[in-house]
Structure formats: structure tokens, C-alpha cells
Write a protein that binds this ligand. Structure first.
Ligand SMILES: Cc1cc2nc3c(=O)[nH]c(=O)nc-3n(C[C@H](O)[C@H](O)[C@H](O)COP(=O)(O)O)c2cc1C
Length: 185
């Protein structure tokens, strides 16, 4: 399995990082891109630098590298996850404004009917954000907001993060035990 992972400059880069840790454990091949603001917030919020991301990634690309293979519809992957996804990147995707590798790879996923999973992080959401989220869904994207949930009895922030990452893995079709499923034996 090959998955593209984008990390953009929203709060919550730990979600993208944790996703990469799990995908590496599961031997999933990852193609990773981090936006410029994404790099700074990653360092600020997690204390991890881009070198850590590069160690987790099977392949790492610069966000300005529009000549990377991911820019082409001929590149074969299961799909892409953007976690966290800023409102700016969401807006660019919804309007087909593909001026970076992250937005171009997302555009390619939509046009090729591949999975595009967005983990949008902003609060509160204004009506532009909400319309763009609805528009992304209409275009085929899967929207997984990093929301708090309590039915799995979280005991720590790590449990809450794993719940969101678990939901992403469910969408990708990757097996995991990151959270306990409701009454499933
Ligand atoms: C500390 C910090 C936190 C931010 N958090 C968010 C956020 O949670 N959601 C969001 O949509 N934008 C957030 N932004 C704004 C984006 O980083 C900004 O719109 C940027 O242009 C996004 O670029 P990118 O999508 O290419 O990473 C934040 C910016 C900073 C400096």
C-alpha cells in the first residue's frame, strides 16, 4: 500500500506525526510533504524537527517540487491524507488552485477518484470554512475533523489523538487497535 501524507500549518501536527509512526509500523509506503508553516508548527507543538518526519517517511518531497512524481495522475497510490489540514489548503483544494505539491497531489487524487482524507483544524469555523468543507465532501473528499470523543474512555491526550488517527486508518482500510470499538467483539 502507498499513501501520500501532507502536513500543513494548522495546530495538531501531532496527528500527522502519529499517523506516520503507525503507517511505518504497518510497513505502508508513505510519500510525505510538509508545508513551510507546517514545519514551524510541527517543531513548536511537538518539539520534533523535519528530520524526524524524514526518518518516518519512505519518501519525502518539498512542497514546492511540482515536478515530483506525485504531481501526475499516472502516479499510483491508494490516496492521500492531509493531517492537519489548514483552511487555506482546504480553500485551495476546493477551488483547484494547485500551486504547491500538497494541493496538486490532492487535486490529482480527486481527479483520479482516489481517496482524499482531510483532517481540517480550525475553531470556530466561519461560513467560508463550512462551505469549503461541504464543497470538498461534494467533490469526493472524506472529512475527518479531529474532534474529541469519549465513548472509548480516553485516559490521556494520546488516547484522543489515537482515536482520530484510528478513524483515518479506518478510512484508508488499514487494520489497527488504536481505539476500542463500540461493543464490537
Ligand atoms: C501558530 C499558528 C497556528 C495556526 N493554526 C491554524 C489552524 O489551526 N488552522 C488553520 O486553518 N490555520 C492555522 N494557522 C494559519 C495557517 O498556518 C496559514 O493560513 C498558512 O498560510 C497555511 O499554509 P499551509 O496550508 O500551506 O500550511 C496557524 C498559523 C500559526 C502561525
Amino acid at each position: 500500500m502507498q499513501v501520500i501524507v501532507g502536513i500543513t500549518g494548522a495546530s495538531g501536527s501531532i496527528i500527522g506525526l502519529r499517523l506516520l509512526e503507525i503507517l511505518k509500523e504497518k510497513n505502508v509506503t508513505t510519500h510525505v510533504i510538509v508545508s513551510e508553516v507546517g514545519k514551524k508548527i510541527l517543531e513548536m507543538e511537538t518539539g520534533r524537527g523535519i528530520d524526524y518526519v524524514k526518518r518516518l517517511a519512505s519518501y519525502y518531497y518539498n512542497n514546492s517540487d511540482l515536478f515530483a512524481p506525485l504531481s501526475s495522475g499516472s502516479f499510483c497510490t491508494e490516496g492521500m491524507v492531509i493531517a492537519p489540514c489548514t483552511m487555506k489548503t482546504l480553500a485551495a483544494i476546493v477551488h483547484g488552485y494547485s500551486d504547491s505539491l500538497i494541493t496538486r497531489a490532492a487535486d490529482v487524487c480527486l481527479k483520479q477518484d482516489k481517496k482524499l482524507i482531510l483532517v481540517p483544524r480550525e475553531s470556530p469555523l466561519n461560513s467560508i470554512h463550512l462551505k469549503n468543507l461541504a464543497s470538498a465532501r461534494d467533490s469526493g473528499a472524506i472529512i475527518i475533523p479531529p474532534l474529541l470523543s469519549f465513548y472509548h474512555k480516553p485516559k490521556s491526550i494520546d488516547d484522543l489523538i489515537d482515536f482520530v488517527v484510528g478513524k483515518i486508518l479506518d478510512s484508508l482500510g488499514v487494520e489497527h487497535k488504536l481505539y476500542e470499538r463500540w461493543e464490537q467483539k
